[in-house]
Design a protein around this ligand. Structure first.
Ligand SMILES: Nc1nc2c(c(=O)[nH]1)N[C@H]1C(S)=C(S)[C@@H](COP(=O)(O)OP(=O)(O)OC[C@H]3O[C@@H](n4cnc5c(=O)[nH]c(N)nc54)[C@H](O)[C@@H]3O)O[C@H]1N2
Ligand SMILES: Nc1nc2c(c(=O)[nH]1)N[C@H]1C(S)=C(S)[C@@H](COP(=O)(O)OP(=O)(O)OC[C@H]3O[C@@H](n4cnc5c(=O)[nH]c(N)nc54)[C@H](O)[C@@H]3O)O[C@H]1N2
Ligand code: SF4
Ligand SMILES: [Mo]
Length: 726
């Protein structure tokens, strides 16, 4: 039998065709009939089989490091969590949600239920080491955190890419399987791809033009483009904008001359790029993680869409467009065109007063919230699908803080650098033993698509842990004071009822219509019915290769949820941060070495390094250094270097390459698997170093609270080889 299933590992949502016989998984190929991915897949898709079979993957709960029954594990959670809650109140329990929760609709929906039951302000996610600046910019400009315009890659003639490497990452905040094929098609139809990156990435290699940029200076570059549009009278704004004059005035200070010195991009090039953007009938600017996880992440994210708007490309075919997702998008709910907007800082973190955004606090403050005594101190942590010791800044400090907690619970499929600290670890079923729907990712897709996958294997027959939504509901029961044996089905019905009620419908009658579905399927069925295409889950079940709902269509002004009913091109919060950016113009980068990251095709942040097929071959956790910089610092290819930042130091092998600009070094994140107490034998043998020992938490991007992971000043020196006997 061939089972069809969407790959849950990254944002590309590839269709997989999986051979299954007698409850065993055979070959995994790309599904040639998938309406979106058309047979494309990457090496990670194939690795779902070894992931399913990995003996290190947890099948049973762990309590204090030993295997335990589910009932025993929940009893321990109830006892120890209650103790912390009784002593410290709701805020004494923090929650951290990691990246895979965004790829699990069950985890997304039911983690919310758990957080609600906990009533804690200490909610943290991987978003603040990732895309929060983009969400803040979108929230302020368009009124919704997921109202992020995506480049209409299949129809554009000019694509300006900053800080993204979709040929390695397979795309982010831009769901688009097979970006290589799509970029090649773009160029084949006479279009142009320009990549701005401190590294000549794989994407840059496939582009028409690559510009090296000094890390952290994208906002300056983008402002200079706006400056040129203004001075050369090339502005052709789209309708429904507020604040055009204000933005153009602000751009006055960012002339190509001074910006060229800060960014390293020649003034003439800046002028030419601005003219090309303005001239092309269909152009799109796209910025991703390199433009987010840096000092000016929100400004850079904002300016990307300012440029799209001022060149007439926002919301136009071939420009940057708003998807219309089939399910769960808040920008498809209600009358539209106007809304409550978005506010930063409804509450603040206890120790340094960092503002809340979208209901969470920056993960960069988690360690200090654990360490600092006083009322509201975090004494327990629940992690779900996260590895913050490797993936968030100042990993060493967080590691120490976790060791000092009164209680820690992790929902995870491995014992890794983070979950080794947990009193209790609760596993999840293999991706092949659960259903799947990409609730957030279809809100960011370059075509409107919907695709649901039933489980490939029956979890009970496959000896897999229970579905994660059941685990999360039992935990919600504990958090709410109902003890470890809450009636999961009743609570599930309550959660579904709440979702239905929020959309203004009558829970009882809708619940009756949705019978006999339960769990995330029931909620998905409802969200599809309440969505803009009147689909039902049965429609998706009947279409195993997905349903193509067509190319993106213009959505202004209906997509907006701002109080003014306009696109806010000059939100006061962002305008208020422009002086900080202006000051950066006067900085001299001379002689400074800065650290950036990079993604690798066969990695998935920190967590797929335990699969031999993805880690074999030469060690990948190396530091890229330009030949001139290597000479200047006395570094040799293949030898080790010490890298020291204000936070910490690591020793890492050097790889000399001219694919990185002078003065910049790059270490990939997600490595550093050589700590004691983990249970990942393959990853341990390919340990690498944790680059987030070097990144710090002293400064966070002020508007979004996002961590600054790129452009970190470092000192680099060869490791002295000690000669024995002398
Ligand atoms: N320096 C630097 N640091 C970075 C980045 C960078 O570019 N540079 N990128 C950042 C970004 S964008 C992100 S998203 C973060 C990621 O940061 P995290 O989300 O904290 O880390 P991951 O490595 O994705 O860890 C995922 C965890 O989920 C577990 N897991 C996988 N599947 C499941 C499941 O189905 N259920 C459960 N319960 N657990 C599961 C894995 O075992 C692993 O422990 O890292 C960030 N860190
Ligand atoms: N294979 C693989 N795929 C993944 C992941 C993975 O770990 N491995 N992680 C997933 C996750 S969680 C995410 S968020 C996405 C991210 O997807 P992308 O945003 O495409 O991430 P990267 O591939 O890291 O590309 C970021 C680029 O930014 C560059 N850069 C660094 N600093 C700067 C800067 O200051 N300015 C500019 N202009 N560029 C800079 C880096 O050199 C790098 O080439 O990928 C997802 N897909
Ligand atoms: S590109 Fe992403 S979605 Fe596609 S097979 Fe690879 S990991 Fe899975
Ligand atoms: Mo991410």
């Amino acid at each position: 039998m061939i089972a069809y299933r969407t790959c849950p590992l990254c944002e590309a949502t590839c269709g997989l065709a999986i051979d299954v016989a007698d409850g065993r998984v055979g070959r995994i190929r790309g599904d040639a009939d998938d309406v979106f991915s058309r047979g494309f897949l990457c090496p990670k898709g194939v690795s779902l089989k070894p992931l399913h079979e990995d003996p290190d993957r947890l099948r049973f709960p762990l309590v204090d490091g030993r295997e335990a029954s589910w009932d025993e594990a929940f009893a321990v959670v109830d006892e120890r969590l209650r103790r912390v809650l009784d002593a410290g109140g709701p805020d004494a329990v923090a929650v951290y949600l990691g990246n895979p929760t965004a790829h699990s609709y069950a985890s997304l929906i039911y983690s919310r239920a758990l957080i609600k039951a906990l009533r804690t302000k200490n909610v943290y996610t991987a978003s603040t080491v990732d895309q929060m600046p983009k969400q803040v910019a979108a929230g302020l400009m368009f009124g919704g955190g997921l109202s992020v315009p995506v480049p209409d890659v299949d129809r554009t003639d000019y694509l300006l890419v900053l800080g993204a490497n979709p040929l390695a990452s397979n795309g982010s905040l831009m769901t688009a399987p097979d970006m290589r094929g799509r970029l090649r098609a773009l160029r084949a139809r006479g279009g142009r791809v320009v990549v701005v990156d401190p590294r000549r990435s794989r994407t840059a290699q496939e582009s028409d033009e690559h510009l090296f940029i000094r890390p952290g200076t994208d906002a300056l570059f983008l402002f200079a483009l706006v400056h040129v549009l203004a001075t050369e009278e090339l502005v052709t704004p789209v309708d429904h904008l507020a604040g055009v004059e204000e933005v153009l005035a602000l751009a006055g200070d960012f002339a190509p001359g001074p910006v060229s010195e800060a960014t390293g991009i020649p003034a003439a090039t800046i002028e030419r790029i601005a003219r090309s953007l303005a001239a092309g009938p269909r152009a799109a600017v796209y910025g991703r993680i390199g433009t987010c996880t840096q000092e000016f992440g929100t400004s850079a994210s904002w300016l990307v869409d300012v440029l799209n708007a001022l060149t007439g490309n926002l919301d136009r075919e071939g420009g940057a467009m708003f998807p219309r997702a089939a399910a769960g998008a808040s920008n498809t709910q209600g009358p539209g065109g106007r809304g409550k907007g978005f506010r930063i800082g409804r509450w603040r973190s206890r120790v340094r007063g960092a503002p809340e955004v979208f209901g969470e606090l920056p993960v960069g403050v988690l360690a200090e919230e654990i360490e600092t005594p006083g009322e509201g101190q975090v004494r327990a942590l629940i992690t779900n699908s996260g590895n913050p010791v490797l993936s968030t800044p100042d990993g060493a400090r967080l590691d120490r803080a976790l060791a000092g907690l009164d209680f820690m619970l992790s929902l995870d499929i491995y014992v890794n650098e983070t979950t080794r600290h947990a009193d209790v670890v609760l596993p999840a079923p293999s991706p092949l033993a659960r259903s799947h729907y990409d609730l957030p990712l279809y809100q960011l897709a370059i075509r409107n698509v919907a695709n649901y996958s039933p489980p490939v294997l029956d979890p009970a027959d496959a000896g897999e842990p229970p579905d994660e939504w059941r685990t999360l509901l039992r935990l919600a029961g504990i958090a709410g004071g109902a003890g470890p044996d809450v009636d999961v089905d009743a609570l599930d019905r309550f959660v579904a009822g709440q979702v239905i009620q929020q959309s203004g419908r009558d829970p009882e009658s809708v619940l009756a219509e949705l019978e006999p579905r339960v769990g995330p399927e029931r909620i998905l069925d409802f969200l599809l019915r309440a969505g803009p295409y009147d689909l039902t889950l049965a429609d998706l079940e009947a279409a195993p290769h997905g349903i193509d709902l067509g190319p993106l269509e213009p959505r202004l002004p209906e997509v907006l949820r701002t109080p003014s009913g306009k696109v806010e091109l000059a939100p006061k919060e962002i305008v208020g941060d422009v002086p900080r950016l202006r000051a950066a113009l006067r900085r001299s980068p001379d002689g400074e070495i800065v650290l950036i990251g990079r993604r690798q095709l066969r990695s998935n942040n920190s967590w797929m390094h335990n699969l031999e097929m993805l880690v074999r071959g030469p060690a990948r956790c190396t530091m890229h250094v330009h030949p001139d910089t290597a000479t200047q610092l006395g570094l040799e290819d293949g030898a080790e270097a010490t890298v020291r930042s204000a936070t910490n130091a690591v020793v890492v092998p050097v790889e000399v390459t001219d694919a990185i600009m002078p003065g910049v070094v790059s270490i990939p994140h997600g490595w550093g698997h050589d700590v004691p107490g983990t249970r990942q034998s393959v990853a341990r043998a390919h340990a690498g170093v944790n680059c987030n020992l070097l990144t710090g938490t002293a400064e966070l991007e002020p508007l979004s609270g996002n961590a600054i992971l790129n452009g970190v000043p470092v000192e680099v020196a060869p490791v002295e080889v000690l000669v024995a006997g002398r």
